[in-house]
Each structure stands twice: as C-alpha cells, then as structure tokens.
Design a protein around this ligand. Structure first.
Ligand code: 3PG
Length: 306
C-alpha cells in the first residue's frame, strides 16, 4: 500500500524517518509531500495514495474525491476539525486521530505562555509569579489534564470545567471542579482553553465569559482561533485595560490586537503547540502504526467516523 504523508508544516526528521521505517517494516511504501503551498499539490499527491497522514492540513470533500484509492486518513494529532468526516464516510474512508500523542508539548507551551505574559513578555519591568494564582481549565482532556498537573507543580490552584467528565475524575487529579463555565471564568486569574472547534464552540469565547474574569485576568488559547469571538474580545479589552490575551493560534486580527494592546496581547507567529520533536515522533509514529494495524487486521481503534 502507498502511505502519503502530506504536511504543510513538516514533521521533524526523526518522525519522518520513524514513519518510513514502520511503513517499510510492514511492506508499505511512503510518499512525502511537505511544505506545499497550493491545494492542487495535495490533490495531485493523493491520487494514488491508499493511506494519508496529515497534521492540520485540510482534508476536504475535494481532497477525498481526488483520492480515489484512499482507505484511511489519520490526523497525526488531536483536533480533527480539518477533516471532512462526512465526505470520508460517504467515500468509505476510515478517519482517525492520535489523541494524547502531542498533548505534553501543547501543555508545556500553555505554561510557558503564562510565564511569558506574567514576566512582561521578557522585557524589563516587575512581573508576577504563578504560584498561588488560580488557573481555570476549560475542557479537561489529555491536554487540559497535563496543564493542570504542571500548574499544580508550580503551586497554582487549579479549577476545571468539563461537562463530559464526572466530577470525581477531575477531583482525583487534585483539581477543583468549577460548578459552571461562568464560575470558572469568575474565579480564575488565568483561563486556558482546551476545547475543540465544533459548531457549538466556534465563537463561544467572547465578552460574556472573558468579561467575568477578575482584574488582570489572562486568557490562554492553545486550542483553535475559531473558538474566540475576536470582535467581542477586541472590544472587551479596550474597555477592560487589565485583561490579557495570549494565543498560540493568532487571531485573524492579530496585527490590530498587537497594535492596540501591546504587552497585554501576544500571538505566536505560527501555531507551535505541537512543534516539538517528541510530539512529532509520538503523533507521527502512532499514525503510521494505526494505519499498518488497520491494513493488517482491520483495527479501527481511534476511528472518528463510525
Ligand atoms: C492538534 O490538534 O493536535 C494540535 O493543535 C496540533 O496541530 P498541528 O499538528 O497542526 O501542530
């Protein structure tokens, strides 16, 4: 079988080498399309692929239609808002992700961004410590839990809100359960977002919630830019001169945020939460292994479009 790795944002070399070895050991061939700039390159590359590994690359209905031999696509990572699951299902293509494999990298970055913001973005001036402050975590999945664990190690109090998890599971980690989403925002010096981008969450973080944060509150977004209502947040930060926003997924209006809010805003130039060699290796090799297992035994663990 031919496995295509199509990544606009390439994996570290160690990950590509590892994927190649897994493919070869299982009798499959590997094709690589990296740093492509035009969707036509992806459409051409998928034409004869039996399996596809992507990162945030968009696997649209057009891509699925062009991939006449495709049997499985694996998003090497957690969020799968880049996959058109309905198109995959209609074409009989199995879609999977690799949950948890890059979670530690994203969690470390969330912590790093908090320190960066509390230390004047590493410019002269008096900063503040994280110890003793409260971190609210919205969605306590693989990334959220790791952020909580690391924050507790730094002496932070951790509050979590996750309607899909029983309270005991959250409390077992040492975090406290926020009784409502509003309570999470009201009682947290920092709120870190770990929600996926879905029709329900898109545009859901705006004036109503962020406006509840206490003085000096800081919103951390290493999730998806689409979950933010940018216009509302922009207007809110104009009226609340204490609020801060830091994003690993810079808003569309990034230049305006930077211009208007200076040290109260920071966005990484590129989405880089999962940009570590370890995360690339973990997620990339997991994707390759899942594909090989699927071809060998029909294993569908981690299938998203059941
Ligand atoms: C994910 O959903 O796994 C992360 O956002 C990482 O995305 P990336 O592979 O594009 O860096």
């Amino acid at each position: 079988m031919k496995i295509l790795v199509a990544t606009q944002k390439p994996f570290a070399k160690a990950a590509v080498d590892g994927i190649r070895k897994i493919a070869a050991d299982n009798g499959h061939s590997l094709a690589l399309l990296e740093k492509y700039t035009d969707n036509s390159e992806l459409l051409a590359a998928v034409a004869d692929a039996d399996a596809l590994i992507v990162r945030s690359d968009k696997v649209t209905a057009e891509v699925v239609a062009a991939a006449k031999k495709l049997k499985i696509v694996v998003r090497a990572g957690a969020g799968f808002d880049n996959l058109d699951l309905a198109a995959c299902t209609a074409a009989g293509v199995v879609a999977m992700n690799t949950p948890g494999q890059n979670a530690n990298a994203v969690a470390e970055l969330a912590l790093g961004l908090m320190i960066f913001m509390n230390r004047n973005q590493f410019t002269p001036g008096t900063g503040a410590e994280l110890q003793g402050k409260t971190l609210g975590i919205q969605a306590y999945g693989n990334v959220g839990r790791l952020v909580g664990q690391k924050a507790m190690a730094l002496g932070m109090k951790v509050l979590a809100f996750d309607p899909y998890l029983p309270a005991e599971k959250i409390e077992a980690t040492g975090a406290k359960v926020a009784p409502s989403l509003e309570a999470l925002y009201e009682n947290s010096d920092f709120v870190s977002l770990h929600i996926p981008a879905t029709p329900e969450t898109k545009g859901s973080i705006g004036r109503r919630l962020v406006g509840l944060m206490p003085k000096g509150g800081c919103l951390i977004n290493t999730a998806r830019k689409e979950v933010i209502n940018e216009d509302e947040l922009f207007a809110l930060m104009a009226g609340r001169e204490d609020l801060r926003y830091v994003a690993d997924v810079a808003p569309d209006r990034a230049a305006e945020f930077a211009e208007a809010y200076g040290k109260r805003y920071f966005g990484t130039p590129k989405k880089m939460g999962a940009e570590t060699a370890e995360a690339n290796v973990n997620a990339g090799l997991a994707a390759a292994t899942q594909i090989c297992k699927f071809f060998a035994t029909g294993d569908r663990t981690f299938q998203l479009n059941r």
